[in-house]
Design a protein around this ligand. Sequence first.
Ligand SMILES: Cc1ncc(COP(=O)(O)O)c(C=O)c1O
Length: 427
Amino acid sequence: MVMFRCHGCGAEVDAGSRLAFRCPNAGRPGDDVDHVLVVEAEAASPPIGSESDPFLRYRAWLSPYRLARGAGLADAAWGDLVGRLDDALTAIDGRGFRITPMAERRSLAQALGLAGALWVKDETGNVSGSHKARHLMGVMLYLRVLEAAGLPAGEGLHARRLAIASCGNAALAAAVVARAADWPLDVFIPPDADGTVKARLEELGAEITICDRRAGEVGDPCYLRFREAVASGAIPFGVQGPDNGLAIEGGRTLAFEMAEDFGRIGVVPDALFVQVGGGALASALAQGFAIARANGLIPSVPKLIAVQTAGCAPLARAWERLAGVELDAAAKYRSRFMWAWETTPASLAHGILDDETYDWWAIAQAMRASGGRAIIVDEAEVAAAHEASRAYTDIAASATGTAGLAGVIAEPDAGREIAVIFSGVER
Ligand SMILES: Cc1ncc(COP(=O)(O)O)c(C=O)c1O
């Protein structure tokens, strides 16, 4: 049995009996608890496979795999589920999931005047051009296991459509993974969504709904239409923890790969700078590094430094308000720490302008545990990071995807061994 537990209210969900996505107690009128489902117990001393596909290599580390085995599916059945999706991904997107490269970038570090080493994990060559597909592959494998094992949570599943509110890398990742699984997807996007992204979504067969603001409506119209779709039976296929806690898990593979690499090279990373929008990436990395440390891949976790832009910094705002507050108590009073950014944000790093950091709580916990913090960068630093990445590396990442490096520019003395993630290929 694989149990999930809400970090806010403690509700437990058996992932085989009902979908382990949204906490069953979330969304009640007047409720101020921060509800996110997290797998209750991690695997004990999970082995690492010899495969280069992270969903095979770290399969024993993933709850959908444990669910599959517990339900009587053989190891080979998991290999079959992953293999079929991999073939389809290759046909649709020209690649499946493989360990992505991480390397020390000396000339970039030198150009930025860093005294120590700078390690860059490059996710621009991943499925759909960013790390986002990792989150959604984790969710898709869970859905596939439910069906293959004939578990109660899988009943009537395929008759339900997938849904996501996004017009960037997450939407593209969702569309590629959904297409590979031959599962219909609804994407809720704003009227001013990027034309190239829209065209690719259509090419991938996603059904697009353009969401205009309705009179008197408060909040993001795309998210509101997404919630309505889910309320009418759609499966949440986004990367925000409160709507789909399981989405965080697939993203942990990114940290497992980095930890394995660091262990192999014999480097202990001091600080990890992560660009934060909705917060799923930082949450997944923090959880992944903690699990990697618990299993002896690295001796300690790096300080987690969350990077937001001055245009939109709800996590940095929450971090300040959390000073001296018990995190367990804070999870009961979400609105004191996290609420929608009041002004319409703008930044070159437009992919991290989420008006709320949905996964704020897990990031705050990891920042506290690792001695890290949340920082705000200005537009000059965002631009400088993007320009330096283009001038001193061969990685074509977007300004959103190099925003973590803007944090390094702002705080170059954070450690001797600094790590960042470049993601989101320039389109
Ligand atoms: C390239 C890139 N990096 C980082 C992020 C931040 O991820 P998250 O929203 O999970 O904080 C995003 C989100 O859209 C992104 O597209």
